[in-house]
Structure formats: C-alpha cells, structure tokens
Design a protein around this ligand. Structure first.
Ligand code: GLN
Length: 538
C-alpha cells in the first residue's frame, strides 16, 4: 500500500466512442500488474438516476454489480480487465448527485443557504470521487461525455478542485483525443486535439498525458507539434492505434510505456510489469486452433452493445477452448415455425438472450423447439431460460397456453411474479437485482461446469418459474439443477438426453473475466465444439 491514494482522471475530447472505458480499464490492468491495488470509477453526466430505465438502443447493456446497482457498461470492462468486483460506489450519474443534493435541501441540511451548482453539486461529486480514499493505491476516474459538453462542467470543476487540493504528486490528468487522418491532404491533423485541450485548460485542467486515438502512426513531427501546442511533455503524447482485439490495448499501451510515465509523474515505485498470463490469453484470442458458430437469438440485434458482456464472455470462453467464436445474429422477430430450421442451419450452438417485453417471443419458442428436438447445444439466459421453460410446458407437457405473465395472462402462467411481488407498479428498481446464492444438483451439467455445488450469480429480472408447475416439469424430464438455498426459486434448468441444454435465471455473462472466463460459457462453447467435430467425422 502506498502512503496516499493517487487519483487518475480520464477525460475525453473531440468526439465520443473513442474507447475511454477500454483505455481506463487497460491502464488499470497495467497498474494492477505492477502490484498496486486499483479501482476504476465512472461518472456519467446524464440526469437518469441509473441506466436501468434506459432502452438498450440508447445506452447498450445495463451492467449489474454484486450489490445490485444497475450501472454503465464500462463497469463491465473494468471488472473483466482488472478481475475485480465493483459496486454501486463505482458508478455515479449526475441524476444521483442532484437527487442527493435536493433531498438534503428538503431536509434543511443546508441551513438556509442558497443551494448552487458550485459548491454544493461539485462538493457532492468530490465526496463520491474520494469514496475509496485510503482503501486502494490508485483510483482511476473516468468522466463520461466529451469536454465542452454543458452537462460535464460540474464534473470537470470537481476534477480541478480535487487536483488542486491533493497536489500534482497525487493526481494526474489523462485526456483521450482523436487525431484524424485526412486522406486528400495525406496528413494527420492535430487541430481537433489542440481545441479539445484548450477547452480543458479553460476549465483549469492541464492534461499530463494525451492518449491519441489514430488510424495512422504518429510520427515524431506530429507528436512534437501536439506536445508543444498542448503543453504536454513529448513522451506523454501517446498514440493509441486501432487494435485487433480490445484485449490487446493494455499491451500496446505498455509498449509505449504508459505505466512507466504514469508512475513517474505520480512518484510511485513499484515492481516490474508482469503480463505473461495476459499475453498468452491475447495470443489464444488471435490465433485459435478451432472455430464454432453460435446463433445469438435476441431482439436488439441492431445494437451489439446491448449484449456486450455476452459477446465478451464468448471471447473469454473461446480463448480457453482455443476456439474462435463466430456469432450469427438472429432477430427473433423474424423466426417462424416454417423458417426456423433454415435460420438455425449450420449453427454449432444457440444462445437465447435476455430481454424484456413480448416482442419476438414466439420466434424464440420456434427456435427452442428445434433446438430441443435436434440436440443443438443451448444456453438460455434469463428470458432465454424462461422461454425454454415455456416451450417445454407447451410442447412436452401439453399446456398449449403456457406463457409468462409478462406477456400474457393465461390459465398456465408457468413464468410468473412471486406472490410478494404482485402489486408492484413502479418500473425503476423493482427487480431482483444483484448477486444471489444458488445450490447446484449433484451430477448436473451445471455442477460439472462449475466443479462446485455452491455458486453466486447476478440477477436482473422480475419474473420467476412458477413453483406450482415444478413437479410437472420434473415429471416430464426437466431437471431443476439450481435452486436458491431455501429451495423457493428455480435458478437453473437443464434437459437430459440432450448434449447440452442449460437455462439460467441469472446473468452469468456479468461475471466472466478476461483470463479465467465463466464456467457455463466455457462448457457451452466446448459442447458446441464437440458437436462441430462430431459432424466432421461423419
Ligand atoms: N423479462 C424477464 C423478467 O423480467 C427477463 C429479464 C431478463 O432477461 N433480464 O423476468
């Protein structure tokens, strides 16, 4: 543990989507691999309390932490790269800040003062930024949005104040910018970066390091120019080239000595960087021996960020199986009884995705019938698991009207709210959220995958398997292989006499970490690979 917690702020300029989250996670990983304890925080300038109520089209996936916070998907990158578990303290929105300040005002906590953005909002931001003080060596703080946005101003002001109060030995500012290559001029252009830094400096923040996203290498001349006009040391102008995989970014930043420069500026001495296991992991991603094609059945197939953690979990599990996982997107709204076989042809496995609302459900059920009857490896997550239970109830148990109460009230709501949830009307924060324990049945596929009988997984859903139907499902052959410790909730279902058919009520993808992967994803990809190889031998 170093004497004082060091704070590294990461801001973004020029445009969004430059990969601030990946850069923050990558730097966090490098510092961790030098023996420091690190956490990463995200501050988002939007007014929503959290992304829980935002459409996946707007915000991508909602990432859920162990303590049940619905957060920004960048927290997923932090957890996957750093192999840490974050909490609600790692993700803050402007909405939360304002909510807190307004509640305090109503309680009279400001003793008659006029409540203002400065100092009251900025003080609340600062209070949250320093939550991990003295608990870790380094706190990386990613500020969402782009400098120059009106809504980012209070956050940047808070950054400026923290830097002033804690001094330059304990704080560092990294600014991520874009250096475009203009084809017609044959030149890399530094002006957008200069402008962005100027805006930052107008707010009193001087960047110590510039990370320059670019498609072309920055030559010495361009780097000197950026350094001179942006008031940054030349070795601290670091190019970030497009990478084949996001997991390569830490290695390319290390190659440019980002960790050395950061530690030098913060006056911290550490052990040398150790990246052996990570490098092997990246090598397995880049040169896999095998490949499989997995169908991903969902309804947000246009916005791939909606399934971010699932896609990353495929990469992790693929690396462990030495396999490239190709994903074929299948929009469940376009799957019918007639075309299901054609849509699923050539797939080595199918994952039916989580989701909300009735759109696309019937397509999922058509796909599931085929998957069950044809022995295609199947992994159902949350809604995907619920659909597997509905399909089984309809086509194996003979309950033609089996459905989830979420979609249709019928005589056989095999998926339903639990009795204590039935008068819930609010949409925000009414779900089963966060980590819950689960006990696995000996000898099940799940127990084999986890190699353990007690697990803990994260949830985000309202509906559950209706306990009234449990006996019927079991009598017809479905195995309820994971239950809550008090046995009142069904957490995992599977089918015997099928190569690999597993549905889970929770979200395993949220706990898949880069190097180690997730047991169920690893087992699923292995089953897909087995199917593919069996096909070859025929
Ligand atoms: N809509 C379902 C529920 O609320 C499933 C949610 C999900 O897939 N995350 O129970």
């Amino acid at each position: 543990m170093i004497h004082k917690t060091k704070y590294i702020f990461i801001t973004g300029g020029v445009l969004s989507s430059l990969g601030k989250g990946i850069s923050s996670a990558s730097l966090g990983l490098l510092l961790k691999r030098r023996g420091l304890s690190v956490t990463v925080m995200k501050f988002d300038p939007y007014i929503n309390i959290d992304p829980g109520t935002m459409s996946p089209h707007q915000h991508g996936e909602v990432y859920v932490t162990d303590d049940g916070a619905e957060t920004d998907l960048d927290l997923g990158h932090y957890e996957r790269f750093l192999d840490i578990s974050t909490s609600r303290n790692n993700s803050t929105s402007a909405g939360q800040i304002y909510f807190e300040v307004i509640q305090k005002e109503r309680r009279g906590a400001y003793l008659g003062k006029t409540v203002q953005v400065i100092p009251h909002i900025t003080d609340e931001i600062k209070r949250r930024m320093t939550t991990f003080d003295k608990q870790v060596d380094v706190v990386l703080i990613e500020i969402g949005g782009t400098v120059g946005d009106i809504e980012s101003l209070p956050f940047l002001e808070a950054v400026r104040q923290v830097c002033l109060e804690r001094g330059s030995r304990n704080t560092l500012n990294i600014h991520l910018t874009y250096v475009p290559y203009i084809k017609s001029a044959g030149e890399l252009k530094t002006k957008p970066t200069q402008h962005s830094v100027k805006v930052l400096m107008e707010g009193g923040i001087r960047p110590d390091i510039l990370l320059c996203r670019t498609e072309q290498k920055l030559n010495k001349e361009v780097r000197s120019k950026i350094a001179l006009f942006c008031n940054v040391e030349e070795d601290s102008v670091i190019e970030v080239l497009d990478a084949d995989t996001i997991y390569e970014v830490p290695m390319s930043l290390a190659k440019r000595s980002l960790d050395d420069i950061v530690l030098r500026k913060l006056h911290v001495k550490t052990q040398d960087l150790e990246m052996e296991t990570w490098t092997k992991f990246v090598h397995r991603i880049k040169s896999p021996k095998y490949d499989v094609t997995i169908g991903l059945v969902g309804k947000y197939t246009q916005v791939q960020d909606s399934y971010k953690s699932i896609l990353e979990a495929f990469i992790h599990a693929g690396a462990i199986n030495n396999t490239k996982v190709n994903v074929r997107w299948l929009d469940s709204e376009h799957i019918t009884a007639e075309n299901a076989a054609e849509q699923l042809s050539g797939l080595d496995g199918v994952l039916v995705a989580p989701g909300f609302g009735s759109r696309g459900i019937e397509g999922k059920l058509h796909a599931l019938k085929l998957i069950r009857e044809n022995g295609i490896p199947f992994f159902g997550i949350c809604l995907g698991m619920q659909c597997a239970v509905i399909e089984f109830a309809r086509n194996v148990c003979g309950l033609a009207d089996a459905n989830s109460k979420e979609f249709k009230k019928t005589k056989n709501n095999i998926i339903d709210l639990m009795p204590d949830q039935r008068n819930v009307t609010d949409k925000g924060g009414t779900m089963r959220l966060g980590a819950y324990p689960c006990v696995l049945k000996k000898g099940s596929l799940a127990a084999a995958a986890y190699n353990s009988e007690n697990i803990n997984e994260r949830h985000r859903h309202r509906y559950e398997v209706n306990n009234t139907y449990r006996r019927m499902l079991e009598e017809k052959g479905m195995i309820l292989s994971g239950l809550s410790p008090d046995t009142t909730l069904v957490e995992i279902i599977e089918l015997p006499n099928h190569p690999w058919f597993v549905g889970v009520q929770f979200h395993p993808e949220l706990k898949s970490r880069a190097v180690s992967g997730h047991p169920l994803f690893i087992a699923f990809i292995k089953a897909a690979l087995t199917r593919k190889n069996a096909g070859k031998d025929e």
